[in-house]
Design a protein around this ligand. Structure first.
Ligand code: AMP
Length: 421
């Protein structure tokens, strides 16, 4: 019979790894909650136009990476390739801005992009992220970058990463700069890579993103967007820099950072790590002051970031992740069928007290169960055999120091109460 396999670029998260995800997810829940952010969960698929309108018709995501299909009622749907658009859609649909002038959300979930799979790049991947609506001021940038920074600290990653910051100004600044950049590049057009040639017409700012060394050195002599900032653009960026410095968050200004999505204005940032290889971006975000309005809502400034969970897990120290391994506290070995009611009863009572307990449902031998207990990483073993059943006792064994003793069955819960106290 044909055995099925997962689709290219998608991965099963097996129990040998899922506990690592729990660690990162619990850090995200904890830190976001500390900053007053609340979780939002939106559907996995949306109307395609939502992404075309927000991410941009010319973006890589829309031109080549979306998983889209026509539904039976002819609506074109898409598996979400990013989450900001969905969160903004929900914000508008539920009129969330009317609840309070500032709305702070975070999310965790899967995304889908039909990219060429490689290390750190999948077709189904997962992100956690933040969206904050309502403030146009630089302290909002400071707050969300601080959240990223706190999560990185909890993961012990601050030493492995670099925070890059830039401003791409407002759309007025960008359109003047776009022309200046095109004028500068025009004489070299034939020498540019195919990708950059295409971008020259569709989205010239993205040429700044190039990894091509020749193009990079050419751009060093090109115009800088900072020369086209309005006073407000410059003041805003200066404030962001001041607040980051006040929080001791190190950053570098990268004038070539533009990010691939259309909806950004002013601040953009990215956190990268050279330990990730070619897919070195760990997290990216920026301000999107026009997106809520462009998607049919009231004019509302917004800002957010998204971080790749798989890439975080590639970077977090394996030892730190291992600490979160869910080893049982107790392995309950019951050797007699007539003892099962007792062992099930005691196990449940101990679970209610907070102990993690596993037992063997295969009625295997003492030797096999003991081997399993050692492998499980349990701290203690309880053994209920024929002799113990007759004497109404249970053997308690500490696997860490091999001490063992007999305990009366009716005193076993109390025994464990005292063990923790
Ligand atoms: P983006 O939405 O493209 O700004 O991506 C934000 C973050 O999501 C990146 O910095 C990566 O960590 C992660 N990411 C983006 N695309 C992928 C992918 N195809 N596979 C795995 N992680 C990804």
């Amino acid at each position: 019979m044909k055995q099925f396999r997962s689709i290219k670029g998608t991965h099963d998260i097996l129990p040998k790894d899922s506990y690592k995800w729990h660690l990162l997810e619990s850090i995200v829940h904890e830190v976001c909650t500390k900053f007053g952010y609340q979780e939002i969960r939106t559907p996995i698929f949306e109307e395609s136009n939502l992404f075309t309108r927000s991410v941009g018709e010319e973006s890589d995501i829309v031109t080549k990476e979306m998983y889209s299909w026509k539904d039976k009622d002819n609506t074109v749907l898409t598996l979400r390739p990013e989450l900001t658009a969905s969160v903004v859609r929900a914000y508008n649909q539920h009129n969330l801005g009317s609840l309070a002038p500032i709305q702070r959300y975070y999310y965790i979930g899967p995304l889908f992009r039909r990219e060429r799979p490689q290390k750190g790049r999948q077709r189904q991947f997962h992100q956690f992220g933040i969206e904050a609506f309502g403030s146009k001021f630089a302290e909002q940038e400071a707050e969300i970058i601080a959240i990223a920074w706190h999560i990185l600290s909890k993961c012990e990653l601050n030493e492995k990463i670099s925070l890059q910051l830039n401003s791409i100004g407002t759309s007025k600044c960008r359109s003047v700069y776009r022309e200046a950049l095109k004028n500068f590049l025009a004489p070299y057009l034939t020498e540019l890579s195919e990708a950059s040639k295409k971008r020259f017409n569709s989205n010239p700012l993205r040429i700044l993103d190039t990894k091509n060394e020749k193009e990079r050195s050419l751009l060093k002599n090109g115009p800088k967007i900072s020369d086209y900032y309005s006073k407000d653009d410059q003041d805003h960026l200066d404030e962001v820099k001041d607040y980051l410095s006040a929080m001791d968050i190190p950053f570098i200004i990268n004038p070539n950072l533009v990010r691939g999505l259309d909806y950004y204005t002013k601040t953009v940032f990215e956190i990268t790590s050279n330990e990730l290889g070619s897919q070195d971006a760990l997290l990216g975000g920026g301000r999107y002051d026009n997106l809520v309005e462009n998607l049919g809502g009231r004019p509302t400034p917004g800002i957010g970031f998204a971080a790749g969970i798989e890439r975080f897990l590639l970077l977090i120290d394996e030892k730190k992740l291992k600490l979160n391994q869910p080893n049982p506290d107790i392995y309950f070995i019951c050797l007699e069928k007539t003892g099962l009611s007792i062992s099930l009863n005691i196990s449940n009572k101990l679970r209610l007290k907070g102990y993690k307990i596993i037992s063997d449902p295969l009625r295997r031998s003492m030797k096999a169960q003991m081997r399993d207990a050692n492998k499980s990483g349990a701290k203690y073993v309880l053994i209920l055999g024929e002799k113990e059943l007759q004497e109404n006792t249970i053997i308690f064994k500490n696997l860490e120091n091999s001490h063992q003793k007999n305990i009366e069955q009716k005193k076993i819960i109390k025994f464990f109460d005292n063990l923790t106290n």
